[in-house]
Every structure is written in C-alpha cells, then in structure tokens.
Design a protein around this ligand. Structure first.
Ligand code: ZN
Length: 212
C-alpha cells in the first residue's frame, strides 16, 4: 500500500485527538509521521537479498505492533504531540495511528505478509481478503495499473480525508445560527421584562401617604 492512505489516517487521528478544535500542525505532523514510520524499512531495499528472510526486510520488525506502540509512547513522552494534561488521549491516538499502518498493510495483495508479533514471532500475517494492490513500481506512471491502484486508494480513504479536513468547518458553520438565535431570544426577554418591572415600582393608591 502506498503512503497516501497512511497519511490520511494520520490526519484523521489528529482530527480525533480534538474533534472540536482546528487541526494543530504539531499534532498532525507527529501523527502522520507515526502512521508512515514503519515504511522506514525501505531504506534497506539495496540490501534486499541479504535481508530477505530477516526481521529487517520490508514489513518486518518496523511493522510489528510492539514497534508501533513503542514509537507512540516515545512520541508522547518526548512531548511531540498532545496538550499538557491530555497525555492519555494523545497516547491513545498516537498508538492508533502507529498500529494502523501494519494492519492496513496486511490487506495488500502479493506481499510476503506483516510481522505483526515480532519480536515474539517471525510469522508474517495476511488479512483474509485484499483491499489494496501492491504498488506498481515497475509500471509507467500513467499506466492503467497506476490508475486502478490510485482509484482504489481514493475510494477507500477519500471519505476519511473529507471528514478529517472539513468536519471542523461544517460544525463551525452550523454553530453560527444557534449563536444568533440565542442572542435574539436574550434581547426579546430583556424587552419584555421592562414593562413587567414598571408597574411594581409605581405606588398604588393604598400606599400613598395621606396628609395629616
Ligand atoms: Zn508498510
């Protein structure tokens, strides 16, 4: 699976971290980095023949759930995301962003599988069905394989991207009329309270003192 889907998950995690506030750059950058971090292992591509059956091969150790959880804990401990006093929530969404990567990769057709349980096991796991194709690196950029490949990505992650980027704008727009209505009702109640208070201050005939 390419990076697009992982990036969208990182942005969505940032939205989930504080759904009622605008996306914060620092949190978003940290969560996107956590969601994409496992693919650091592609740096070992030049050594692929030597690493092929080791945990250092693609989708090996860096795609383990333990690696993702450790990376999330380190990011929160270093203060890379999350407001002071809300570290638990930051840790939750950091962990979700980090472990989403290997779980999504398990839905990719044609890979060796993902070492989810490393260092306890070197078994590589596949999901029971496939959602994504392997990146067509050998095909031309404008080939049909790339079009199909990207179309699937947009179909699966497009709605999540829209929610993550625009849900705040929508909630702000719907909140404005409510504020206006409150202001209107306040001014109405103020205007009706004036005549109510006036008669109570007017002395009644019985209370007017009679001259002696
Ligand atoms: Zn990956």
């Amino acid at each position: 699976m390419p990076t697009f889907g992982h990036l969208v998950v990182g942005v969505a995690a940032s939205r989930g971290l504080d759904p009622r506030a605008p996306l914060r750059r620092r949190d978003t950058a940290a969560l996107v980095a956590l969601a994409a971090l496992p693919d650091l292992d592609i740096l070992g591509a030049p050594f692929r023949p030597a690493l092929f059956h080791t945990p250092l091969a693609h989708r090996g150790a860096t795609h383990a759930l333990a690696f993702g959880l450790a990376a999330a804990a380190a990011a929160v401990a270093l203060g890379l995301l999350g407001a002071p006093g809300r570290r638990r929530r930051a840790l939750l969404f950091a962990a979700l962003a980090a472990i989403s990567h290997p779980l999504l990769d398990a839905f990719t057709r044609g890979s060796l599988g993902v070492m989810l349980l490393w260092p306890f096991s070197d078994v590589r796991f596949h999901a029971p069905w496939y959602l994504f194709e392997t990146t067509p690196v050998k095909e031309g950029l404008w080939s049909g394989a790339w079009v199909t490949f990207l179309a699937k990505e947009v179909l699966v992650f497009g709605p999540l991207a829209i929610w993550a980027l625009w849900s705040r704008a929508t909630s702000t727009a719907t909140a404005t009329p409510t504020t206006t209505a409150t202001a209107t009702s306040t001014s109405t109640s103020t205007s009706t309270s004036i005549p109510t208070s006036i008669p109570t201050s007017i002395p009644t005939p019985a209370s007017i003192p009679t001259p002696e």
